[in-house]
Design a protein around this ligand. Structure first.
Ligand code: DX5
Ligand code: ZN
Length: 224
C-alpha cells in the first residue's frame, strides 16, 4: 500500500482541554480517557505570542495522571526552545511550536527530539504552507491553525482547506509521512471536509466540551 493511502485511513480526534472545566480537570480528562478520542490537546498561551494566557506545567500534571492517551501540547509562546524540555518532562508526547514564534527553528526541533517527544510545527492563518518546505523532512506533524490562535469558540477559516491540501501535496511530492493536524472551529459540520482535504488529526474544543454527548460528537466527527 502507498504511504499516502495508509495516511488517508488515519483519523484522530484531539479534544482541547482549553474548553474543559478547569475546576474538574481530572473528571474531564477521565471522560476523554473513556472516549473514542485517541489524543488530548493542551493549549499553552503566554500572553505575548497570543493575546491570552491559559496554563502551564502544573496544570498538565493532573491531566497526565488521569490518562494514558497521547498528550498533544500546542505551545503558543515566544522562545519555545527554552521550555520544550519541561513540557516533555510534564508528560507531552507531541510538542508543537509556532513557526512565527522563534528564530531558532532547528534548535527548537532538536530540543524537542533530545527530550524524547515527537515534533510538531504550527502555522497561523496568514502564514503560507510553502514556508515550511525545507522544514517538513524534520518534523512529525504540521499543525494548521484554522482560526487566529488565542481563543476557543471561533469560526473555521474556510481557506484553511486549500492550505491543508497544499501540505498534503508537498508531503506526497517529498515522500514524507508527517501528520497534518488542524485546530480551530472544527465540529461534525466541517470535520468531513477537513479530513478529506488531507488532515489526519482534528482538534476540537468547544464542539466536544459544549456537546451534551461529547463521545457522540467525537464519533460523529470520526465518521463524517
Ligand atoms: C486556539 C487553540 C485551540 C482551541 C480550539 O488558539 O489553539 O486549540 O482550543 O477551540 P475550538 O475547537 O473551540 O475552536
Ligand atoms: Zn490548539
Amino acid at each position: 500500500m502507498q504511504k499516502d493511502t495508509i495516511l488517508a485511513m488515519k483519523r484522530i480526534i484531539s479534544p482541547s482541554m482549553l474548553s474543559a472545566d478547569f475546576g474538574n480537570l481530572e473528571r474531564d480528562t477521565k471522560m476523554l480517557e473513556q472516549s473514542s478520542a485517541e489524543w488530548i490537546h493542551i493549549d499553552v498561551m503566554d500572553g505575548v505570542f497570543v493575546p491570552n494566557i491559559s496554563f502551564g506545567f502544573p496544570v498538565m500534571k493532573p491531566i497526565r495522571k488521569a490518562t494514558t492517551k497521547v498528550l498533544d501540547v500546542h505551545l503558543m509562546i515566544v522562545h519555545p526552545e527554552l521550555y520544550v524540555k519541561r513540557f516533555v518532562e510534564a508528560g507531552a508526547d507531541y510538542v508543537t511550536f509556532h513557526y512565527e514564534a522563534t528564530d531558532d527553528i532547528d534548535g527548537c526541533i532538536d530540543a524537542i527530539r533530545k527530550a524524547g517527544a515527537k515534533v510538531g510545527i504550527s502555522i497561523k492563518p496568514a502564514t503560507e504552507a510553502d514556508v515550511l518546505k525545507d522544514i517538513l523532512p524534520k518534523v512529525d506533524m504540521v499543525l494548521v491553525m484554522s482560526v487566529e490562535p488565542g481563543f476557543g469558540g471561533q469560526s473555521f477559516i474556510v481557506s484553511s482547506l486549500a492550505k491543508i491540501s497544499r501540505l498534503a501535496e508537498m508531503r506526497k511530492e517529498q515522500g514524507l509521512e508527517f501528520l497534518i493536524e488542524v485546530d480551530g472551529g472544527i465540529s461534525a459540520k466541517n470535520s468531513g471536509a477537513v479530513f478529506n482535504a488531507g488532515a489526519e488529526v482534528l482538534v476540537a474544543g468547544s464542539a466536544v466540551f459544549g456537546a451534551e454527548d461529547p463521545e457522540g460528537e467525537i464519533v460523529k466527527m470520526l465518521q463524517s
